[in-house]
Design a protein around this ligand. Structure first.
Ligand SMILES: NC(=O)c1ccc[n+]([C@@H]2O[C@H](COP(=O)([O-])OP(=O)(O)OC[C@H]3O[C@@H](n4cnc5c(N)ncnc54)[C@H](OP(=O)(O)O)[C@@H]3O)[C@@H](O)[C@H]2O)c1
Length: 311
């Protein structure tokens, strides 16, 4: 029996060359675990942030470590105590950390979702992080009410594309920042007001915002306090130091995503039914994953990049 498999891992923190293709041992499922034969995996900013060691203080990791946060595939085998899945089931989800860029990956059955009929593996692999994180971050500061004014930074990105749609459905008035080339896309998702971050300053154009979803961070976060309504809040996914950057008497919240397979199944069924848009902007082969991780850092792009393991 062949017990080695392909993987993309880092042995040390570093630049583009630190992510390498390697052969690793194929694991066996333990108690409560599912062994997934991966068909596709989504590329996320966390891959290059981990690769460069940017999050090593917050999340100390044992090296070497296989990268990749989300996957879609087929159940190869289940461990003891798993009754919800069986070999052959189509599944999708986050892996509860990292490790999705390998042909066979162990995932806790508790965080795995079923892939609905009508959603292929590439579409499914684009959703677990972004679709769920966008939903949860939108509601992180409290229930969203009809008529609220919500500003979404990075609205054309993986999280932003979903968040615009969720916020519109909740009855909010949506302001969205995006690059010139992405303004039509963001408008097509339902944004009421689009702001070109490359030629306009959002703080000159909006005010009295009830909720800012900051999917960009840094100076965009720092500039956002001035557009908030008095009781407004900023929820940030990109600047872990948002609390330290929150002025006195203002409300800034750091968001950390958690797996939610039930929510993911609901959202995936909507994408399969065509009632929720999910944009895969590029599909790469397995061998191009290290390059795709680096391009996530350097190349502007709307929507998600997904690795198709069959390529
Ligand atoms: N805390 C958590 O649990 C969690 C979970 C998921 C994601 N995240 C983080 O959340 C962030 C968003 O993730 P994502 O997957 O949506 O990333 P993404 O797909 O790269 O999207 C980011 C978007 O922001 C846009 N952007 C860049 N600079 C901007 C600016 N000054 N103003 C407005 N928009 C700007 C980018 O446009 P261009 O293409 O023009 O550059 C891109 O469309 C990342 O930092 C990611 O690491 C955190």
């Amino acid at each position: 029996m062949n017990t080695t498999q392909r993987a993309v891992l880092i042995r040390a923190y570093g630049g583009a060359a630190a992510a390498e293709l390697a052969g690793i041992h194929k694991p066996e499922p333990g108690q409560g675990q599912v062994l997934v034969r991966v068909q596709a995996a989504g590329v996320n900013g966390i891959d290059w942030k981990v690769r460069e060691g940017m999050v090593r203080d917050a999340f100390p990791l044992p090296l070497p470590i296989v990268l990749g946060a989300e996957l879609a595939g087929v159940v190869e085998a289940v461990g003891p105590g798993v009754s919800r899945f069986r070999a052959g089931d189509r599944v999708m989800g986050t892996v509860g950390g990292l490790g999705a860029y390998a042909d066979f990956v162990l995932v806790s059955a508790a965080i795995l979702a079923r892939t609905p009929e009508g959603l292929d593996h590439v579409q499914a692999a684009a959703m677990p992080v972004a679709a769920v994180a966008a939903w949860k971050s939108l509601h992180h500061a409290g229930p969203v009410r009809a008529g609220q004014r919500i500003l979404i930074h990075g609205a054309a990105g993986g999280l932003g594309g979903y968040a615009v749609q969720y916020a519109k459905r909740a009855g909010a008035e949506v302001y969205a920042t995006a690059a010139t080339a992405d303004l039509d896309y963001v408008r097509s998702l339902g944004a009421d007001h689009v702001i070109d971050y490359q030629s306009q300053r959002f703080e000159d154009l909006v005010r009295d915002i009830d909720l800012v979803l900051d999917y960009v961070g840094g100076e965009v976060l720092d500039r956002s306090w001035q557009v908030l309504a008095r009781d407004g809040a900023i929820v940030g996914t990109s600047s872990p130091d948002i609390l330290a950057r929150t002025p006195a008497n203002r409300r800034g919240l750091w968001f950390i995503n958690q797996p939610d397979p039930e929510l993911l199944e609901t959202l995936a069924a909507e994408v399969a039914a065509g009632t929720l848009q999910s944009r895969v902007s590029e599909v790469v082969g397995f061998l191009d994953i290290p390059g795709a991780i680096e391009r996530n850092r350097t190349v502007p792009r709307a929507g998600k990049v997904v690795a198709d393991f069959a390529r």
